[in-house]
Design a protein around this ligand. Structure first.
Ligand code: KG4
Ligand code: ZN
Length: 353
């Protein structure tokens, strides 16, 4: 099976990405185009602009990926694409391209849930075994889940308001740092004092594994408004970034502690905590989570940052995991703006709703 490989396509947000990944976990080729410049002026992703940019970039990226891998279409085992959840225009562009290629090449098509692609990314990078506890933190999602196998997810907790990446992006916007905010806040936080501003830790100490970040964002806004006139702006922004990031780290550590206890009760032990999704690229959060996991006898696995933020290698890999288990999807598989990981239709072989 080592020579089998899957072409993956990702277009659910603002990255247009194509990758070719082999069943032995080798990334044979990958191309990614970030639309950051197209959306910068608007302070966030504009769905209509994103869909048009995907349409423009996707075909050349497919051609470049095949050329880089020096593989003819006949050598490809299956074609996979994110069919949700995400911005519907972009999802339709990627899914339609993947279906067209599958049809033209006479290959099976596999519909991939974008969240599942993040969830399984640590199996591509680190070959982690099931079951594991997963913290999925991205621009649109913030969840703790038990991953028992492909398509077998139990949601332990989710955000009751903002996703963590959204909180980073909103904080960055308040500080005038531009979009996407996560990397900018992390960079600035290195120069700041995390104890300078006293910010809330929403839901920390409460039972369960849910998250809330809206109150934290409001506290950041109030702290900015309360700055005395003449305050050295750069240092205040750095201190606020550091204080915000420290609050996020405390909240994640607290919620993961609860989740590790539940996972251990349900699975006998919690040996591994996996963190995935765009926010998992944050080094400060990673080291805090590693310490928290170690304190409870678990090991933290975090894929390399380029596999944490949106990419097509994780989509190709999730497609391969499903294909290997017998999943084949109809060319009528619908694009889905919402698609929860714990739905009955996530089981391998289940028909999409
Ligand atoms: O997974 P992703 O690329 O796209 C979604 O599926 O949402 O995640 C994007 C999110 C953005 O909110 C971005 O600000 C955040 O991940 N992010 C970070 C970092 N890098 C990306 N947040 C904190 N620190 C980072 N270094
Ligand atoms: Zn994502």
């Amino acid at each position: 099976m080592a020579n089998e490989c899957v072409l993956g396509i990702e277009t659910s947000c603002d990255e247009t990405a194509v990758a070719l990944v082999a069943g032995d976990r080798t990334i044979l080729a990958q191309k990614i185009h970030s639309q950051l410049a197209d959306h910068a002026a608007y302070g966030g992703v504009v769905p209509e602009i994103a869909a048009r940019a995907h349409l423009q970039k996707l075909r050349p990226l497919v051609e470049q990926t095949l050329a880089e891998a020096a593989l003819p279409p006949a050598a490809i085992t299956a074609v996979a694409a994110t069919t949700g959840p995400g911005l519907i225009g972009g999802v339709m562009v990627g899914a339609t391209m993947a279906k067209a290629l599958a049809l033209a090449w006479g290959k099976p098509f596999v519909a991939v849930n974008h969240l599942e692609a993040h969830a399984l990314s640590a199996r591509l990078s680190d070959n982690v075994a099931f079951p594991y506890l997963l913290l999925l933190v991205s621009g649109g999602h913030c969840q703790l889940l038990a991953v028992a196998g492909v398509g077998a997810y139990t949601v332990y907790g989710t955000t009751i308001d903002d996703a963590l990446g959204e909180a980073f992006d909103k904080t960055a916007r308040l500080l005038g740092l531009g979009y996407p905010g996560g990397p900018a806040v992390e960079r600035l936080a290195r120069k700041g004092d995390p104890a300078c501003f006293s910010l809330p830790r929403p839901l920390a100490g409460r039972p369960g594994c849910d998250f809330s970040f809206a109150g934290l964002k409001t506290a950041v806004r109030q702290a900015i408004q309360a700055l005395p006139p003449g305050e050295a702006e750069d240092q205040a922004a750095a201190d606020l970034s550091a204080s915000f990031q420290a609050a996020c780290a405390d909240v994640l550590a607290d919620r993961c502690r609860h989740a590790m206890a539940r996972f251990a009760a349900e699975h006998g032990a919690c040996e591994r905590l996996v963190v995935a999704g765009g926010v998992a690229a944050n080094q400060a959060l990673r080291s805090r989570l590693a310490a928290e996991a170690a304190a409870h006898g678990a090991h933290l696995t975090a894929p390399p940052p380029a596999l944490c933020t949106d990419n097509a290698a994780m989509v190709a890999w999730a497609g391969w995991e499903r294909f290997r288990l017998g999943q084949r999807d109809s060319l009528a598989a619908p694009p889905r703006p919402r698609w929860p990981l714990d739905g009955a239709d996530m089981a391998v072989g289940a028909q999409p709703i």
